[in-house]
Write a protein that binds this ligand. Structure first.
Ligand SMILES: NCc1[nH]cc(CCC(=O)O)c1CC(=O)O
Length: 310
């Protein structure tokens, strides 16, 4: 067992909450081990005024941490699983995927409360193509306004940008104790979450067996299996987190894994929706099979248009 573990994290409030949560779990489990946090800045933190989809590239919130890990400056990195590309750099692994609490998306609308109640042409802030497409699919009249920045910045923009509502992940709001702002959790038939939304990813070096063993207790198998199916789906459609797809894997009481997914055009007009069920042990194949089926049923054309109009 190591005597000291250095955790790398981004400096946003949410990232710090997540890193401190993991640090707390580690300190409780290994009282003799020194747990240190190291703040780092990623490209995603540096460029705050450009929509993520326009910056492009993968791993905007992870790359600098991964380089530091490969250099041995940090032993593990804590990320939102949602921000992790499906392929990790050589030499790094997902040491653990934590229990997912809330996968959903929240509407914050102090004046109107729910999506159904928003007036015609209401202004809704979101920076995610996935949320934008699904909102427009349900409410083609809405005016979607880009909303970048950390969670606190985005909450402020609700007032400063004169928005009627904004959309944020329930998980992030709950972690920061801001869930009182939530006026509606969007049902999954309207808005499917992003791959991995709500779960934390602990990334470490593949050869660092001591750290891997110490992180094992934080791994939550049902979440790992469900998100493996989601990530395998994403990998098959070959998109980063910046394309309009929603997908959610869930284990039912009988231990079956179900996977619900949607591929949409950015305007929400073209939609391919599908569901697959299977054994958790076959999670990767389940995600891949569903993706292939949805691509064959119109998804490929939707994505092709997306990449040519960019
Ligand atoms: N894109 C940034 C990001 N990455 C993870 C979360 C929320 C927490 C999570 O999904 O685990 C957020 C904020 C948001 O989408 O509202």
């Amino acid at each position: 067992m190591k005597q000291k573990l250095v955790i790398g994290t981004r400096g946003s409030k949410l990232a710090l909450w997540q890193a401190n949560y993991v640090a707390g779990c580690l300190r409780a489990r290994y009282p003799a081990v020194e747990i240190v946090l190291k703040n780092m800045v990623t490209t995603g933190d540096r460029i705050l005024d450009v929509p993520l989809a326009k910056i492009g590239g993968k791993g905007l919130f992870t790359k600098e941490l991964e380089v530091a890990m490969l250099n041995g400056e940090i032993d593990l990195a804590v990320h939102s699983l949602k921000d992790m590309p499906t392929e990790l750099p050589a030499g790094l692994v997902l040491a653990a995927v934590t229990d997912r609490v809330d996968p959903g998306d929240a509407l914050i609308s102090p004046a109107y409360k729910t999506l159904a109640n928003l007036p015609v042409n209401a202004r809704v802030g979101t920076s995610s193509l996935r949320r934008k497409a699904q909102l427009l699919n349900a409410r083609p009249d809405l005016v979607i306004v880009d909303l970048r920045g950390n969670l606190d910045t985005r909450l402020k923009k609700l007032t400063t940008e004169n928005l009627d509502a904004i959309l944020l992940a329930v998980a992030g709001l709950k972690r920061l104790g801001w869930d009182a702002h939530i006026t509606q959790i969007l049902p999954q038939d309207i808005c499917l979450p992003a791959v991995g939304q709500g779960a934390l990813a602990l990334e470490a070096r593949a050869e660092d067996t001591a750290t891997l063993a110490m992180l094992q207790f934080l791994d939550h198998e049902p979440t790992r299996q469900a998100t493996l199916a989601e990530r395998s789906f994403l990998s098959e459609v070959e998109g980063g987190c910046q394309i309009p797809i929603g997908v959610y894997g869930q284990l039912d009481r009988a231990g079956q894994l179900s996977l619900n997914a949607v591929i949409m055009s950015p305007d929400g007009k073209e939609v391919v929706r599908d569901t697959a069920h299977g054994r958790p042990a076959a999670a990767a194949v389940l995600g891949q099979t569903l993706a292939v089926r949805m691509l064959d049923n119109g998804g490929r054309e939707i994505l092709a248009q997306l990449f040519t109009t960019k």
